[in-house]
Design a protein around this ligand. Structure first.
Ligand code: FAD
Length: 101
């Protein structure tokens, strides 16, 4: 989770500093991946506080594997909902196909 002021516990092994603009899922994932490789990373977010937009972030298995590799999957578990099924519909015809997950 986004915690303003939180300090990473990952060892810094590179003299290079990296600035990430934006603490969305993309910026935070990039920051964690770079920090895990020893870079000193600073994340700057323009918004005064994190806010929810939409119904939630839907992540495919390839993305959740990355969260696991980044070591944050267990911390996110309390906020996770696993869908029972997925329905994809054509906006024009309304026809759809569904798949059980
Ligand atoms: C209204 C809406 C509803 C949505 N609903 C869903 C949904 O239900 N499910 C779903 O899976 N996806 C949804 N999405 C899409 C989802 O939010 C995005 O795909 C995802 O958040 C993109 O992540 P990101 O990290 O790339 O960008 P963002 O989450 O947009 O993060 C970018 C961050 O960078 C910050 N920033 C921008 N410029 C600067 C700057 N110059 N300096 C510092 N900070 C900066 C912004 O404030 C923001 O916090 C929705 C999007 C919107 C707009």
């Amino acid at each position: 989770m986004f915690q303003p002021g939180a300090r990473p516990t990952i060892a810094v092994t590179s003299s290079r500093n990296i600035v990430v603009a934006g603490a969305g899922i993309g910026g935070l994932a990039a920051a964690l991946a770079l920090a895990a490789r020893g870079f000193r990373v600073s994340v700057f977010e323009q918004a005064p506080r994190p806010e929810e937009t939409g119904a939630g972030i839907q992540l495919a298995p390839n993305a959740t594997r990355i969260l696991r590799d980044l070591g944050v999957a267990d911390r996110l578990k309390p906020a996770v909902v696993v869908p029972e099924a997925l329905v994809v519909r054509s906006g024009a015809s309304g026809r759809g196909s569904s798949a059980c997950i």
